[in-house]
Design a protein around this ligand. Structure first.
Ligand SMILES: CSC[C@H]1O[C@H](OP(=O)(O)O)[C@H](O)[C@@H]1O
Length: 364
């Protein structure tokens, strides 16, 4: 997507090195940094220099490629899988990308691994962009239907950042929004701030500003009220892992939005790229590991100081502890539909398998 008119991806290879936008400093500072070692790739994922399920997968793929250029041995391949897989437990794209790289590289002679890994990592990035573009095209049909029915502005609520900053480009939940804007449809987005790391306030709002999408930032707890008063026509969120029966794991707070949407008859859709489907699990609440992050993310908040520097301030009393589950699971029964790159389907095992028969079969 564009930053001040210049096309950007969230991760790219330039001058022989992998570069990322270090998202910890957005929207106040645009910091582009190289990732040159396995340790830097691991830190970038673990400490959320990059975040978002598809982008985590793409970053891990490049991390494996950079390691193969340094040491293409079997031991390095195995160790790199373990080191990068251990960075964050919930987004399935991380395991998907590492397994894809291992599937490709393990049979190759070490001398061929670096070039093959770099090619595959670049392909995974390009595939992500195309998947998200297609999600946008399918999601556009939903928005267009509402626009034609209302003959007016379509109000969409989204949670966290499932934008191009969570992917290589386009985003997942934001892709239908960008497509609607390009189609001339009048859309307005309610951006959940998304405590504690405020991916909505810091990242989605920045994306909306950059692309001229009408939006309002709202506190997480305002969404139910807006739905009660008929101010939300559609909820679109992303996902970090969706089970074979359509249970959706996403940023903490998504489940509460789904409950409010159900209670108020608001369509609740999930933008779902197929690498984010975990065909090996069915019951999301029981089976998906939920990352517990540092309590400091709850007791402190980051922002721009009067002098323009980015600082963190404590908002709770000394000595107050915090729980910080980073994700929750929305049961399939609360999901109106899944917007995938192959079309929109019900959050239901048969409908999902019909769209992706080869993946469903291989996991059976
Ligand atoms: C398109 S997936 C984006 C997904 O990832 C976010 O989590 P995090 O920022 O912790 O990586 C959030 O759950 C988004 O919906």
């Amino acid at each position: 997507m564009k930053i001040n008119g210049t096309p950007f991806r969230s991760i790219w290879c330039e001058a022989g090195e992998v570069r990322i936008i270090d998202q910890r400093w957005l929207p106040h500072e645009l910091r582009i940094v190289p990732l040159r070692t396995r340790a830097e790739f691991a830190a970038a994922i673990r400490d959320m220099w990059v975040r978002g399920a598809p982008l985590i997968g793409a970053t891990a793929a490049w991390g494996m490629a950079v390691q193969m250029a340094d040491d293409p041995s079997d031991a390095a391949l195995a160790e790199t899988w373990e080191v990068l897989h251990a960075t964050r437990p919930t987004a399935i794209n991380l395991r998907w990308a590492l397994n894809e790289m291992r599937r490709l590289l393990a049979p190759l002679p070490p001398s061929e691994r670096a070039a093959a890994a770099a090619r595959r990592a670049a392909e995974i990035c390009d595939e992500d962009v195309e998947i998200n573009r297609r999600i946008g095209a399918h999601g556009l049909t939903l928005i267009r239907e509402i626009a034609e029915r209302k003959r007016g502005r379509v109000n969409i609520l989204t949670h966290c950042n499932a934008g191009w900053l969570a992917t290589v480009d386009w985003g997942t939940a934001t892709s239908p929004i960008y497509h609607a804007l390009e189609a001339g449809i009048d859309v307005h987005v309610f951006v959940d701030e998304t405590r504690p790391r405020n991916q909505g306030a810091l990242l989605t709002a920045w994306e909306m500003n950059s692309h001229g999408v009408s939006h309002d930032l709202i506190v997480d707890n305002a969404g139910g009220h807006l739905m009660q008063h008929g101010e939300v026509d559609l909820v679109i969120v992303g996902t970090d892992r969706t089970t074979a029966q359509g249970d959706v794991c996403n940023k903490i707070g998504t489940y509460l939005k789904a409950l409010a949407a159900k209670a108020n008859g608001v369509p609740f859709y999930v933008a779902l790229p197929s690498p984010t489907i975990d065909w090996t699990v069915r019951d999301g609440v029981a089976e998906i590991p939920i990352e517990e992050r540092s309590g400091a993310e709850v007791t402190h908040v980051q922002g721009k100081a009067p002098d323009g520097s980015v600082i963190s301030v404590q908002i709770s009393p000394d000595g107050t502890g915090a729980r910080n589950p980073a994700f929750d699971v929305t049961p399939a029964a609360l999901v109106t539909g899944l917007i995938t790159e192959r079309g929109i389907c019900a959050a239901e095992a048969g409908a999902m398998a019909a769209l992706f028969p080869e993946a469903a079969r291989s996991a059976a």
